[in-house]
Design a binder for this molecule. Structure first.
Ligand code: FMN
Length: 321
Protein backbone atom coordinates (compact mmCIF):
# COMPACT_ATOMS: atom_id res chain seq x y z
CA UNK A 1 0.00 0.00 0.00
CA UNK A 2 1.21 3.51 -0.76
CA UNK A 3 2.64 5.23 2.30
CA UNK A 4 0.28 8.19 2.03
CA UNK A 5 -2.77 5.87 1.89
CA UNK A 6 -1.46 3.93 4.88
CA UNK A 7 -1.02 7.18 6.82
CA UNK A 8 -4.50 8.33 5.81
CA UNK A 9 -6.05 5.10 7.16
CA UNK A 10 -4.12 5.32 10.43
CA UNK A 11 -5.06 9.02 10.88
CA UNK A 12 -8.70 7.90 10.70
CA UNK A 13 -8.19 4.83 12.92
CA UNK A 14 -6.65 6.80 15.79
CA UNK A 15 -9.58 9.18 16.00
CA UNK A 16 -11.37 6.25 17.68
CA UNK A 17 -12.29 6.38 21.38
CA UNK A 18 -10.35 4.36 23.96
CA UNK A 19 -10.71 3.75 27.70
CA UNK A 20 -9.18 6.78 29.53
CA UNK A 21 -7.97 7.85 26.05
CA UNK A 22 -4.93 5.56 26.47
CA UNK A 23 -4.82 4.91 22.69
CA UNK A 24 -3.53 1.35 23.28
CA UNK A 25 -2.64 0.58 19.66
CA UNK A 26 0.25 0.23 17.22
CA UNK A 27 -0.08 -0.12 13.44
CA UNK A 28 2.20 -2.01 11.08
CA UNK A 29 2.25 -1.60 7.30
CA UNK A 30 2.85 -5.04 5.75
CA UNK A 31 2.92 -6.08 2.11
CA UNK A 32 -0.62 -7.51 2.18
CA UNK A 33 -2.27 -4.91 4.39
CA UNK A 34 -2.12 -3.61 7.96
CA UNK A 35 -1.69 -5.21 11.37
CA UNK A 36 -3.16 -3.61 14.51
CA UNK A 37 -1.18 -4.61 17.59
CA UNK A 38 -2.38 -4.08 21.17
CA UNK A 39 0.00 -1.86 23.14
CA UNK A 40 -0.13 -3.39 26.61
CA UNK A 41 2.13 -0.67 28.01
CA UNK A 42 -1.04 1.43 27.79
CA UNK A 43 -3.30 -1.06 29.56
CA UNK A 44 -5.44 -0.15 32.58
CA UNK A 45 -4.70 -2.99 35.03
CA UNK A 46 -7.11 -1.78 37.72
CA UNK A 47 -10.27 -0.77 35.90
CA UNK A 48 -9.75 -3.23 33.02
CA UNK A 49 -7.85 -6.15 34.54
CA UNK A 50 -8.63 -8.62 31.71
CA UNK A 51 -8.05 -6.02 28.96
CA UNK A 52 -11.55 -6.36 27.56
CA UNK A 53 -11.90 -2.58 27.19
CA UNK A 54 -8.47 -2.42 25.56
CA UNK A 55 -9.73 -4.82 22.86
CA UNK A 56 -12.98 -2.87 22.51
CA UNK A 57 -10.82 0.22 21.85
CA UNK A 58 -8.90 -1.71 19.16
CA UNK A 59 -12.26 -2.66 17.63
CA UNK A 60 -13.24 1.03 17.48
CA UNK A 61 -9.96 1.86 15.69
CA UNK A 62 -10.42 -1.12 13.35
CA UNK A 63 -13.93 0.01 12.37
CA UNK A 64 -12.73 3.55 11.62
CA UNK A 65 -9.96 2.09 9.47
CA UNK A 66 -12.38 -0.17 7.54
CA UNK A 67 -14.79 2.73 6.97
CA UNK A 68 -11.94 5.00 5.79
CA UNK A 69 -10.73 2.27 3.41
CA UNK A 70 -14.01 2.53 1.48
CA UNK A 71 -13.14 6.17 0.75
CA UNK A 72 -9.98 4.97 -1.06
CA UNK A 73 -11.67 2.01 -2.81
CA UNK A 74 -9.79 -0.57 -0.79
CA UNK A 75 -11.29 -3.99 -0.10
CA UNK A 76 -10.49 -5.27 3.40
CA UNK A 77 -10.70 -8.68 5.03
CA UNK A 78 -10.16 -8.99 8.75
CA UNK A 79 -8.58 -12.09 10.28
CA UNK A 80 -7.14 -13.05 13.61
CA UNK A 81 -3.98 -15.10 13.99
CA UNK A 82 -4.12 -18.38 15.94
CA UNK A 83 -3.29 -16.69 19.23
CA UNK A 84 -6.29 -14.39 19.09
CA UNK A 85 -5.15 -12.40 22.09
CA UNK A 86 -2.47 -10.69 20.03
CA UNK A 87 -3.15 -8.75 16.88
CA UNK A 88 -5.68 -8.06 14.17
CA UNK A 89 -4.64 -8.59 10.56
CA UNK A 90 -6.39 -6.66 7.80
CA UNK A 91 -5.76 -7.98 4.29
CA UNK A 92 -6.16 -5.08 1.90
CA UNK A 93 -6.53 -5.08 -1.86
CA UNK A 94 -7.23 -2.24 -4.27
CA UNK A 95 -10.42 -2.92 -6.15
CA UNK A 96 -12.41 -1.67 -9.05
CA UNK A 97 -14.23 1.50 -7.87
CA UNK A 98 -17.60 -0.04 -8.70
CA UNK A 99 -17.13 -2.92 -6.24
CA UNK A 100 -16.47 -0.87 -3.11
CA UNK A 101 -19.46 0.77 -1.47
CA UNK A 102 -18.53 4.09 0.16
CA UNK A 103 -19.54 4.09 3.83
CA UNK A 104 -21.17 7.43 4.64
CA UNK A 105 -20.16 7.12 8.30
CA UNK A 106 -16.72 8.21 7.04
CA UNK A 107 -18.05 11.79 7.17
CA UNK A 108 -18.55 11.49 10.95
CA UNK A 109 -15.12 10.13 11.97
CA UNK A 110 -13.59 13.54 12.76
CA UNK A 111 -16.77 14.95 14.31
CA UNK A 112 -17.46 12.08 16.76
CA UNK A 113 -16.74 12.56 20.44
CA UNK A 114 -17.75 11.00 23.74
CA UNK A 115 -19.70 13.91 25.23
CA UNK A 116 -19.25 13.76 29.00
CA UNK A 117 -21.45 16.69 30.09
CA UNK A 118 -25.05 16.73 31.31
CA UNK A 119 -27.61 16.39 28.51
CA UNK A 120 -30.75 18.46 27.90
CA UNK A 121 -34.28 17.14 28.19
CA UNK A 122 -35.17 16.80 24.52
CA UNK A 123 -36.34 13.25 23.77
CA UNK A 124 -35.25 11.23 20.73
CA UNK A 125 -37.84 10.63 18.02
CA UNK A 126 -38.89 7.07 17.16
CA UNK A 127 -37.13 7.38 13.82
CA UNK A 128 -33.81 8.40 15.43
CA UNK A 129 -34.11 5.54 17.92
CA UNK A 130 -34.82 3.10 15.12
CA UNK A 131 -31.69 4.21 13.25
CA UNK A 132 -29.56 3.87 16.39
CA UNK A 133 -31.03 0.47 17.14
CA UNK A 134 -30.13 -0.91 13.72
CA UNK A 135 -26.75 0.73 13.12
CA UNK A 136 -24.64 -2.45 13.05
CA UNK A 137 -24.77 -6.09 12.15
CA UNK A 138 -22.07 -8.19 13.80
CA UNK A 139 -22.75 -11.82 14.61
CA UNK A 140 -22.64 -12.40 18.36
CA UNK A 141 -23.08 -8.73 19.35
CA UNK A 142 -26.44 -7.19 20.20
CA UNK A 143 -27.77 -3.89 21.45
CA UNK A 144 -30.29 -3.52 24.22
CA UNK A 145 -31.86 -0.05 24.31
CA UNK A 146 -33.67 1.12 27.44
CA UNK A 147 -35.39 4.25 26.24
CA UNK A 148 -36.94 6.41 28.99
CA UNK A 149 -36.19 6.71 32.67
CA UNK A 150 -38.96 4.25 33.51
CA UNK A 151 -37.18 1.54 31.54
CA UNK A 152 -33.69 2.12 32.92
CA UNK A 153 -34.61 2.91 36.52
CA UNK A 154 -33.76 -0.63 37.64
CA UNK A 155 -30.18 -0.21 36.35
CA UNK A 156 -29.46 2.91 38.44
CA UNK A 157 -28.71 1.07 41.74
CA UNK A 158 -26.18 -1.08 39.86
CA UNK A 159 -24.44 2.00 38.46
CA UNK A 160 -24.23 3.43 41.98
CA UNK A 161 -23.06 0.12 43.50
CA UNK A 162 -20.23 -0.21 40.94
CA UNK A 163 -19.32 3.46 41.33
CA UNK A 164 -18.98 2.96 45.10
CA UNK A 165 -16.75 -0.09 44.61
CA UNK A 166 -14.49 1.90 42.29
CA UNK A 167 -14.23 5.10 44.30
CA UNK A 168 -13.56 3.20 47.50
CA UNK A 169 -10.59 1.54 45.76
CA UNK A 170 -7.42 3.67 46.09
CA UNK A 171 -5.79 1.89 43.13
CA UNK A 172 -8.73 2.82 40.90
CA UNK A 173 -8.43 6.47 41.86
CA UNK A 174 -4.63 6.48 41.42
CA UNK A 175 -4.97 4.97 37.94
CA UNK A 176 -7.66 7.50 36.99
CA UNK A 177 -5.63 10.47 38.30
CA UNK A 178 -2.56 9.19 36.39
CA UNK A 179 -4.54 9.41 33.13
CA UNK A 180 -6.27 12.76 33.75
CA UNK A 181 -4.63 15.75 32.07
CA UNK A 182 -5.33 18.63 34.43
CA UNK A 183 -4.55 21.55 32.09
CA UNK A 184 -4.50 22.41 28.38
CA UNK A 185 -0.69 22.49 28.56
CA UNK A 186 -0.50 18.98 29.96
CA UNK A 187 -3.09 17.62 27.48
CA UNK A 188 -1.26 19.22 24.53
CA UNK A 189 2.08 17.89 25.68
CA UNK A 190 0.98 14.30 26.40
CA UNK A 191 -1.63 14.05 23.60
CA UNK A 192 -3.41 11.25 25.46
CA UNK A 193 -5.43 10.77 28.64
CA UNK A 194 -8.64 12.49 29.74
CA UNK A 195 -8.29 16.25 29.41
CA UNK A 196 -10.22 17.84 32.32
CA UNK A 197 -11.94 20.29 29.93
CA UNK A 198 -13.67 17.34 28.18
CA UNK A 199 -15.37 16.63 31.52
CA UNK A 200 -16.27 20.29 32.08
CA UNK A 201 -13.63 20.66 34.80
CA UNK A 202 -11.48 23.80 35.16
CA UNK A 203 -7.74 23.53 34.40
CA UNK A 204 -6.28 23.15 37.88
CA UNK A 205 -2.81 21.83 37.01
CA UNK A 206 -1.52 18.43 38.11
CA UNK A 207 -0.61 19.28 41.71
CA UNK A 208 -3.92 20.87 42.72
CA UNK A 209 -5.95 18.61 40.41
CA UNK A 210 -4.60 15.41 42.01
CA UNK A 211 -5.07 16.90 45.47
CA UNK A 212 -8.72 17.70 44.70
CA UNK A 213 -9.35 14.28 43.10
CA UNK A 214 -7.80 12.37 45.99
CA UNK A 215 -9.25 14.41 48.84
CA UNK A 216 -12.55 15.86 47.72
CA UNK A 217 -13.94 13.46 45.10
CA UNK A 218 -15.60 10.64 47.01
CA UNK A 219 -17.97 7.78 46.20
CA UNK A 220 -20.75 9.97 47.64
CA UNK A 221 -19.92 13.09 45.57
CA UNK A 222 -19.66 10.93 42.44
CA UNK A 223 -22.99 9.30 43.24
CA UNK A 224 -24.60 12.76 43.38
CA UNK A 225 -23.05 13.69 40.03
CA UNK A 226 -24.19 10.42 38.43
CA UNK A 227 -27.77 10.77 39.67
CA UNK A 228 -27.84 14.25 38.14
CA UNK A 229 -26.49 12.93 34.81
CA UNK A 230 -29.06 10.14 34.81
CA UNK A 231 -31.88 12.63 35.50
CA UNK A 232 -30.92 14.24 32.19
CA UNK A 233 -30.36 11.07 30.19
CA UNK A 234 -32.85 10.07 27.51
CA UNK A 235 -31.91 6.41 27.55
CA UNK A 236 -29.25 3.75 28.00
CA UNK A 237 -27.75 1.55 25.29
CA UNK A 238 -26.15 -1.70 26.42
CA UNK A 239 -23.79 -3.61 24.14
CA UNK A 240 -24.00 -7.35 24.76
CA UNK A 241 -21.60 -10.00 23.51
CA UNK A 242 -22.54 -13.70 23.23
CA UNK A 243 -19.04 -14.72 24.28
CA UNK A 244 -16.27 -13.20 26.35
CA UNK A 245 -13.08 -13.46 24.32
CA UNK A 246 -10.71 -11.06 22.56
CA UNK A 247 -12.23 -11.52 19.10
CA UNK A 248 -15.72 -10.68 20.35
CA UNK A 249 -14.45 -7.74 22.40
CA UNK A 250 -13.03 -6.36 19.14
CA UNK A 251 -16.39 -6.93 17.41
CA UNK A 252 -18.17 -5.17 20.28
CA UNK A 253 -15.81 -2.22 19.73
CA UNK A 254 -16.67 -2.20 16.02
CA UNK A 255 -20.38 -2.21 16.87
CA UNK A 256 -19.95 0.59 19.41
CA UNK A 257 -17.98 2.65 16.90
CA UNK A 258 -20.79 2.38 14.35
CA UNK A 259 -23.20 3.44 17.09
CA UNK A 260 -21.04 6.48 17.98
CA UNK A 261 -20.71 7.53 14.34
CA UNK A 262 -24.42 7.01 13.63
CA UNK A 263 -25.32 9.02 16.73
CA UNK A 264 -22.98 11.81 15.55
CA UNK A 265 -24.68 11.79 12.14
CA UNK A 266 -28.07 12.14 13.89
CA UNK A 267 -26.86 14.92 16.23
CA UNK A 268 -27.24 12.64 19.29
CA UNK A 269 -24.62 12.75 22.08
CA UNK A 270 -23.43 9.71 24.00
CA UNK A 271 -21.05 8.79 26.83
CA UNK A 272 -20.10 5.79 28.93
CA UNK A 273 -21.45 4.80 32.32
CA UNK A 274 -19.41 1.66 32.19
CA UNK A 275 -18.85 0.86 35.83
CA UNK A 276 -21.50 -1.91 36.14
CA UNK A 277 -19.82 -3.72 33.23
CA UNK A 278 -16.31 -3.21 34.66
CA UNK A 279 -17.07 -4.53 38.16
CA UNK A 280 -17.54 -8.25 37.68
CA UNK A 281 -19.83 -8.84 40.68
CA UNK A 282 -22.10 -6.04 39.49
CA UNK A 283 -21.92 -7.25 35.89
CA UNK A 284 -23.36 -10.57 37.05
CA UNK A 285 -26.33 -8.76 38.61
CA UNK A 286 -26.79 -6.67 35.45
CA UNK A 287 -26.83 -9.85 33.37
CA UNK A 288 -29.56 -11.27 35.59
CA UNK A 289 -31.63 -8.06 35.61
CA UNK A 290 -31.53 -7.87 31.82
CA UNK A 291 -32.51 -11.54 31.55
CA UNK A 292 -29.49 -12.34 29.38
CA UNK A 293 -27.84 -15.10 31.40
CA UNK A 294 -24.84 -16.67 29.57
CA UNK A 295 -24.26 -13.41 27.68
CA UNK A 296 -21.95 -10.50 28.53
CA UNK A 297 -23.01 -6.84 28.86
CA UNK A 298 -19.75 -5.04 28.03
CA UNK A 299 -20.63 -1.39 27.48
CA UNK A 300 -23.26 0.83 29.08
CA UNK A 301 -23.85 4.09 27.22
CA UNK A 302 -26.11 7.04 28.04
CA UNK A 303 -27.48 9.14 25.22
CA UNK A 304 -29.39 12.37 24.66
CA UNK A 305 -28.85 15.83 23.21
CA UNK A 306 -26.08 18.21 24.35
CA UNK A 307 -23.76 20.99 23.26
CA UNK A 308 -20.40 19.89 21.83
CA UNK A 309 -17.54 19.67 24.39
CA UNK A 310 -13.80 20.27 23.73
CA UNK A 311 -12.18 17.45 21.74
CA UNK A 312 -9.61 15.02 23.19
CA UNK A 313 -6.05 14.95 21.85
CA UNK A 314 -4.41 12.14 19.92
CA UNK A 315 -0.75 11.13 19.73
CA UNK A 316 0.97 11.68 16.42
CA UNK A 317 1.40 9.03 13.74
CA UNK A 318 5.07 8.47 14.52
CA UNK A 319 4.08 7.32 18.03
CA UNK A 320 1.65 4.68 16.82
CA UNK A 321 3.31 3.27 13.69
C1 FMN B 1 -13.86 0.75 26.01
C2 FMN B 1 -14.10 2.16 26.44
C3 FMN B 1 -14.46 2.42 27.75
C4 FMN B 1 -14.71 3.72 28.18
N1 FMN B 1 -15.13 3.94 29.46
C5 FMN B 1 -15.45 5.20 29.84
C6 FMN B 1 -16.02 5.43 31.13
O1 FMN B 1 -16.23 4.50 31.93
N2 FMN B 1 -16.36 6.70 31.46
C7 FMN B 1 -16.18 7.74 30.58
O2 FMN B 1 -16.52 8.88 30.92
N3 FMN B 1 -15.66 7.54 29.35
C8 FMN B 1 -15.31 6.30 28.96
N4 FMN B 1 -14.81 6.09 27.69
C9 FMN B 1 -14.65 7.22 26.78
C10 FMN B 1 -13.20 7.70 26.71
O3 FMN B 1 -12.85 8.37 27.89
C11 FMN B 1 -13.02 8.59 25.47
O4 FMN B 1 -13.26 7.82 24.34
C12 FMN B 1 -11.61 9.17 25.39
O5 FMN B 1 -11.41 10.04 26.44
C13 FMN B 1 -11.37 9.90 24.07
O6 FMN B 1 -12.33 10.88 23.87
P1 FMN B 1 -13.20 10.93 22.52
O7 FMN B 1 -13.85 9.61 22.37
O8 FMN B 1 -14.19 12.05 22.74
O9 FMN B 1 -12.26 11.22 21.40
C14 FMN B 1 -14.55 4.79 27.26
C15 FMN B 1 -14.17 4.52 25.93
C16 FMN B 1 -13.96 3.22 25.52
C17 FMN B 1 -13.58 2.93 24.10
Amino acid sequence: MRTDDFKFLIECAIKAPSGHNTQPWKFENIETGIIIHPDFRRALPVVDSDNYELYISLGCALENLLIAATQKDYMCKVRYPENATNSIIIDITKDDVSNVKFDILFNEIAKRQVTKCKYNDKPLSDDVLKQLGSCFNFEGVSLHILNSKKNFEKIIPLIIEANNLQFENKDFLNELVYWIRFSKNEAEKMKDGIWSATMGMPGLGRFIGSLVMKNFITAKSEEKRLIDLLEHTQGLAIFISDTNNAEDWVKTGQAFQRFGLTATCLGVSHAHLNMPCEEITVRQKLTKDLGIENKHPLLLIRYGYAEEMPYSYRRSLKDVI
